[in-house]
Design a protein around this ligand. Structure first.
Ligand code: HEC
Length: 196
């Protein structure tokens, strides 16, 4: 056969095969490329029962408010790191430098540029300035571990909450680190005197 004729025949055969393939594909549901999303099964909201959570699923921190720092129960929450290691303190220090230092300053000693008020130039960035977390008059000396933990977790009056950025162990590592700073030891109120 003449070679030009042969190649024309090849092209024809290819076209016929292609056409057959296209026709077949509209009915041949076995091919994955024939599954259209438009043909998928739909469920409207509440039409189908929600699946139960798999075993061991943990609710995200963010959605759990496990206490209020204004309540005695919240303030009584104990630091689970009862004998903290150096690693806990190093983690706490690192987390503090990432999440707290910008407002509370190095070692919580204030002077952070982002929160500095400059009344002479009409700049009042923080209506309630971030308090000192260490040094003379540190607020942490009169705040329990539970109170500090819940402040980190749920935020303060204007301080942001960190429940979605830090997990529990990191929040407690921060509390542990803060307690190593000057003047940041909690001076627990004296036991109430017994009635006589
Ligand atoms: C965006 C700035 C900002 C960041 C970041 C920030 N704070 Fe604060 N913090 C504040 C301000 C402002 C206050 C005082 C007003 C309030 O309670 O909201 C405060 C208050 C506090 C208090 C005292 C609360 C009280 O009522 O006695 C503690 C303790 C504290 N912060 C710890 C932390 C720790 C620990 C971190 C890091 C996880 C942190 N803060 C990150 C701004 C910040």
């Amino acid at each position: 056969m003449h070679s030009a004729t042969r190649s024309r025949l090849h092209r024809l055969a290819a076209a016929v095969l292609c056409g057959a393939g296209l026709l077949a594909s509209s009915t041949a549901n076995a091919f994955p490329w024939d599954w259209d999303m438009v043909d998928a099964e739909f469920y409207k909201a509440y039409e189908w029962a929600m699946m139960s959570l798999p075993d061991g699923a943990v609710t995200m921190n963010h959605y759990v408010r496990n206490g209020d720092r204004m309540t005695p129960q919240g303030q009584a929450i104990k630091n689970p790191l009862t004998s903290p290691t150096n690693t806990d303190i190093v983690v706490g220090q690192r987390m503090f430098s990432i999440y707290c230092q910008a407002c509370h300053g190095v070692e919580g000693k204030g002077g952070a540029p982002v929160t500095k008020n400059d009344p002479a130039n009409g700049i009042k960035r923080y209506p309630i300035p971030p308090p000192m977390l260490s040094g003379p008059g540190a607020i942490t000396a009169v705040r329990s571990d539970g109170y500090i933990y819940l402040t980190i977790r749920n935020g303060g009056a204007i301080m942001p909450r960190y429940a979605s950025q830090l997990d529990d162990s990191e929040m407690w590592a921060i509390v542990t680190y803060i307690r190593t700073l000057d003047g940041a030891t909690f001076a627990a109120p004296p036991e109430p005197a017994e009635n006589q």
